[in-house]
Write a protein that binds this ligand. Structure first.
Ligand code: AMP
Ligand code: MG
Length: 351
């Protein structure tokens, strides 16, 4: 398949490109498009064959449901059985935005889109071109992240191209995304709303609107028998670079010296190493491939750069990657969830 690339400019001329992309969706094809979180791989959410194509293009396990993207609140009422009052409150606060809510679905949504589940995940992205594209395509676009399953999510059109060239019909290039980690997922079908995946909209922000909210205990734990995450996709290894990633935990001094020690050990065995550092620590590592993820003062910057750095280490062929921890106040849960999964929960304690 020849994958077309269309560059959005933020001007009137985008309308023609968005129309072209919408026609691909209506014809049952696949289009990668920018959102404020990461790039999505879109298909008509109400067309079972189109949804199936997403799983094939990504190599995604068939039990891992897709998020349905909408452009207005009316669209929600047609695909879900019941909208609890607190879901409306959440939509007023956070939509359009990086929050996905889970509802009981109606028959309009095929089981192929929901990985066989009777519930559906819905989100309204905060991205002008994405919203226009969704509207032009009929209002319902199923879209997981536009990466090969298991790889870091794409935050630029170039990342999408690396993974999806030849597998999908079209890529809309809207430049680098703003947030860089996937949406927060909240389940509204249980008695107490439960966060299934942390994201930019954090627990505290949700609790302010909802009063009570809990975090799925499986979010921060290594997958094991008996603990089953409520979001099926959370049980898979994800976001992973090709090299072996380890997180090194402890106070700054101990982390820097432990990583330097590990780098020395691997390099002397002829292995290629890399380090994810911060502006504050970068100069202190004795490793040729140190990348700063930014300053610890700017946690949004850390989130935005995370996946791109993991992909850069793939390009340079890093075999062993060591990262500091980023348990920052607002986005720490989201960042650490992605890093722990990318590392397969491989954590080295210095204490
Ligand atoms: P991605 O779009 O690649 O970020 O993946 C979507 C995430 O949403 C996966 O972790 C899915 O398991 C989760 N998800 C989608 N639909 C549902 C649902 N109905 N119930 C629980 N989790 C869901
Ligand atoms: Mg994904």
């Amino acid at each position: 398949m020849n994958t077309k690339l269309r560059i959005l400019t933020g001007t009137q001329s985008d309308l023609r490109l968005l129309r072209e992309a919408a026609d691909v969706i209506s014809g049952g094809g696949l289009v990668a498009f920018p959102t404020e979180t990461v790039y999505g791989l879109g298909a008509d959410a109400l067309n079972r064959e189109a949804s199936e194509k997403i799983y094939a293009a990504k190599g995604r396990p068939s039990d891992n449901p897709l998020i349905v993207h909408i452009a207005d609140i009316e669209a929600l009422f047609r695909i879900v059985k019941y909208v609890p009052e607190y879901a409306l409150r959440l939509s007023e606060h956070f939509w359009p935005g990086p929050l996905t809510m889970i509802f009981e679905k109606t028959d309009m949504v095929p089981k192929e889109t929901t990985g066989g589940l009777s519930t559906v995940a819905v989100r309204m992205p905060n991205h002008k071109a994405a919203l226009e594209f969704i509207r032009a395509a009929g209002g319902y676009i199923a879209a997981p992240s536009a990466n090969i399953s298991g790889r870091p999510s794409p935050t630029t059109a170039q990342h999408v191209f690396e993974d999806m060239n030849g597998r999908i019909d079209l890529i809309l290039d809207g430049g680098a995304v703003g947030i860089g980690v996937e949406s927060t997922i909240i389940d509204l079908t249980a008695d107490v709303p439960m966060i299934l995946r942390p994201g930019f909209v954090n627990e505290e922000m949700l609790a302010k609107v909802l009063g009570k909210v809990i975090m799925d205990p499986a979010v921060s734990q290594k997958p094991k028998e008996g603990i089953r995450p409520k979001a099926p996709g959370m049980k898979y290894r994800h976001y992973a670079p090709k090299g072996l990633l380890s997180l090194v935990r402890g106070d700054t001094e101990s982390v820097v010296s432990k990583i330097n020690c590990l780098v020395r050990e691997k390099e002397s065995a002829g292995k290629k190493t890399a380090v994810i550092a911060t502006d504050e620590t970068k100069a202190r590592y004795n490793c040729a491939n140190v990348k700063s993820i930014g300053t610890r003062e700017d946690e949004e910057g850390i989130a935005r750069r995370l996946y791109a750095i993991l992909r850069e280490f793939d390009t340079m062929g890093a075999e062993f990657i060591y990262s500091e921890e980023f348990d920052t106040p607002q986005m720490g849960a989201a960042i650490m969830n992605r890093l722990l999964k990318a590392a397969g929960h491989n954590v080295i304690d210095t204490i």
